[in-house]
Every structure is written in C-alpha cells, then in structure tokens.
Write a protein that binds this ligand. Structure first.
Ligand SMILES: Cc1ncc(COP(=O)(O)O)c(C=O)c1O
Length: 410
C-alpha cells in the first residue's frame, strides 16, 4: 500500500460506530448564542467534554482494544498519556477485562491520574512530556509483551475517533465549517475523514475542516509544509491534551488528505476561551478542549456558518481552573491592585475606605506599609486588592481617588 494514502476508510469508521454502541455516548450538540452573535451566524458546540471519561478518547481506545485477539488480551495493554487517553484505555480495559498499565508525564493533572487509577489501571510516571512517556511505554511493551495502545497513531484509533464526525454530520446536516483541537492528529484525522467522505457519498457541498493547535506546541504546520511528520525541539503550553511533539504517520496522511487548514492559538486565547465557555456557555472544558473556540474568538469572521466547534475534553484540574478564572477576571478589570499613600493620622484609613465604599469597590485585602524609606515619617502606604465591576469602573475608582488628593499606583 502507498504509505502516503490514508489507510482508514469511511467503512472503518462506520464499523467502529457499531462496536461503540452502548460504550460511548452520542454527545450533545448545543448552539451557543453568545458565539453565534460574535461570529454572525449559528455556532454549535459538539460536547465531547460530556463524553464518558470526560473526553472523546474512549471512542478510539475501545475500538482498538475490542479488536485484540484473546492471546493479546491475555498479555495486557500499555499506554502513554497525559491523562485523557489513559482514562479511555483504563475504562475500555475494565469493560473488556484486560490488565492496563499507563505511563504518564510527571505533572499530569491530578484528576486525570485519580480517574485512571479509579478505573483500575496501574499508573507509572515517566518524563516531562508525552513523547518521553511514549518511549518508556514502548520499552515496557518490548520487555513484557503487553500490547501498546498508541494515543493516535493507529488505524483503529483514527476510525474510533472518526465516529465523532458521523455524529456531527447527523446533528448539524447544514454545517459549513468544523473546528477541532489537534495534537497527534487522531481526532482530527478520523473526524475530517468521516465528514469529507460523507459529503462525497451524499454529493453535498464540501465542509471546511480546520485543525487547531496551541502555538507553543504546533508540530503540524511544519510537518505539512515538509510533507512528513517533523518533531518539534521544545514545547510550552498549558493545553496538555494537545502538547504532542511529533504527528503520527497514520493521522498525518489523513490530515494531509482531508483537512483544509491548521491554525494556531496563543495561551491567552486558550485561557480566555476556557473562562468564557464557563461563564457564557456553562461548559467546563480543559485548555485543549477550548482550542476550537479560541480560534473562533481570535478570528470571528474567518469561518463560514453554521460552524461547529468540538469541545474535545473537560478534564480540568480545579486548581488550574481557579488560577485561570483569577487571571481572566484580572484581564477583564474585575480585580484592581493599588498602592495608596495616606497620612499616618487617626481616621486616615477609615477615610480612604469610606471613599472606596462610596464608589462601590469591594475591598478584598488591605495591608499597611510603614517601614519603607520612600515614606515620610507621617505617611503610610496602603496596599489594596479590590473587586470592581469591570475596566470602566476600575478607571473611575483610580480617577476619583486621585481627585481626592491621594497618590495612587496601579
Ligand atoms: C482534550 C483533548 N483534545 C484534543 C486532543 C488531541 O487529540 P489527538 O492527539 O488525537 O490529536 C487530546 C489528546 O489527548 C485531548 O485530550
């Protein structure tokens, strides 16, 4: 077979769908009125964050593992994953009665680790990034005979993830653009293949399929330009699900054939999309799962509608979520940090707090600084953290304090 032609067909995706009946769920497709207004046409969210195990990964993992022979099942399986594939493999192994060992990069999110162990898999930490964990999983497979369940570079994985594409075409038959988070390529390859081949089969207008990578871990653009998978030297992104340094050959061939564009998004866009999805769409997603929406926020008029954004996963560490919310709120002017000089006299602080109360700014923290050499003997510096109603309100607070004669630093 010519290695550069996609080795997965629409028939393979349809067969995977039969295997997955009663295993994965058909996830909901929700219209987002907030995004529709921004983009100027209907935007639908394909909610794989609500899939079993919290991401699309169960689709590929179960498809691959249910096709193992009795002898292979007896040897057990091994996988490498930052967390979502691990959960997919662990649940599939539990359902099929197979022993699973998973190598995770150190620093994998705690909820993903706990969930993987909860499904009964053994977890071993190795390496800083997925690519290193994967090499260790390969060594483990060589030395123990366990079958490696690759997170993206296998025909059955691509076919399983492609079932998401079949659902999109049924749930949004008039879709014009589909945006999908892209890491190693399994999800985009399978979904794009299913969508494009269905269009061809039904003789309907083509659908534009766009893969979205984190700018700090974007291996596809260079690989596509080169014509073969090329490894990145380094990666830096909070989106652990799509932090993959080298595309897989199987998905790469399908991406080359079926995907119209690959775009990248910044860390700021990812965190902004994640917080807006929470606030406006009531959707909990992880950073990788917000990538398609981040691309829409960056380029609201670039994608034809109706458009579908795949929310590929929702397994976010609550600690990270807390940090992102605080960061997002600060960027939106909802938190204001100030240093204000006041006279060191009785009632000085009370007067300042009275001004703030009259302005409707809520005080979260107050600290008194007396010992700085910058201060006169009769002065005190007050550090304040305030809650405001947004940037215009924050500007009004600072302006009013200055009008009252206070020296203020932001
Ligand atoms: C939430 C999420 N989105 C997207 C991806 C990317 O999938 P793929 O490696 O198949 O491109 C992953 C992979 O782990 C993921 O966990």
């Amino acid at each position: 077979m010519n290695p550069t032609l996609p080795s997965v067909s629409l028939a393979d995706v349809r067969a995977a769908r039969e295997l997955l009946r009663g295993v994965s769920i058909e996830t909901p497709m929700e219209e987002s009125r907030w995004l529709s207004a921004l983009v100027g046409g209907p935007v639908l969210l394909k909610c794989e964050n609500l899939q079993r195990t919290g991401s699309f990964k169960i689709r590929g993992a179960y498809t691959r593992m249910s096709r193992l022979t009795e002898a292979e099942r007896a040897r057990g399986v091994v996988a490498a994953s930052a967390g979502n594939h691990a959960q997919g493999v662990a649940l599939a192994a539990q359902m099929l009665g197979i022993k699973a060992t998973v190598f995770m990069p150190e620093g994998a999110p705690i909820p993903k680790l706990n969930a993987t162990r909860g499904y009964g898999a053994e977890v071993i930490f190795h390496g800083a990034y997925l690519d290193e964990s994967l090499l260790e999983a390969l060594r483990f497979a060589d030395s123990t005979g366990a079958v490696l369940i690759h997170p993206f570079d296998h025909e059955d994985i691509v076919a399983g993830q492609g079932t998401c594409g079949l659902e999109i075409m049924e749930q949004a038959p008039d879709v014009e653009t589909v945006l999908i988070p892209l890491g190693g390529g399994g999800l985009v390859a399978g979904t794009a293949l299913a969508i494009k081949e269905l269009c061809r089969e039904q003789g309907r207008p083509d659908v534009r399929v766009v893969g979205v990578q984190a700018a700090g871990a974007a291996a596809y653009p260079k690989s596509l330009a080169t014509g073969a998978p090329v490894a990145l030297d380094s990666m830096s992104t909070m989106a652990d699900g799509i932090a993959v340094g080298r595309p897989g050959q199987v998905p790469f061939d399908a991406v080359r054939e079926y995907v119209d564009d690959v775009v990248t998004v910044s860390e700021d866009s990812l965190s902004n999309a994640l917080v807006l999805l929470l606030e406006r769409a009531k959707m909990v997603v992880e950073p990788a799962g917000a990538a398609a929406v981040a691309a829409m926020l960056d380029r609201p008029h670039e994608f034809g509608t109706p458009a579908v954004a795949v929310l590929s996963g929702g397994n976010v560490d609550p600690l990270l979520m807390g940090k992102l919310i605080r960061h997002g709120m600060a960027a939106a002017g909802r938190y204001l940090q100030l240093r204000v000089r006041i006279p060191d006299t009785p009632g000085g602080l009370a007067k300042l707090l009275g001004e703030l109360a009259a302005l409707g700014a809520n005080v979260l923290e107050v600290a008194h600084e007396r010992l700085s050499t910058q201060l006169q003997i009769d002065e005190v510096e007050v550090r304040l953290q305030l809650e405001t109603r947004g940037l215009p309100h924050a500007e009004k607070v600072v302006g009013r304090l200055r009008d009252c004669g206070y020296q203020v630093w932001e």
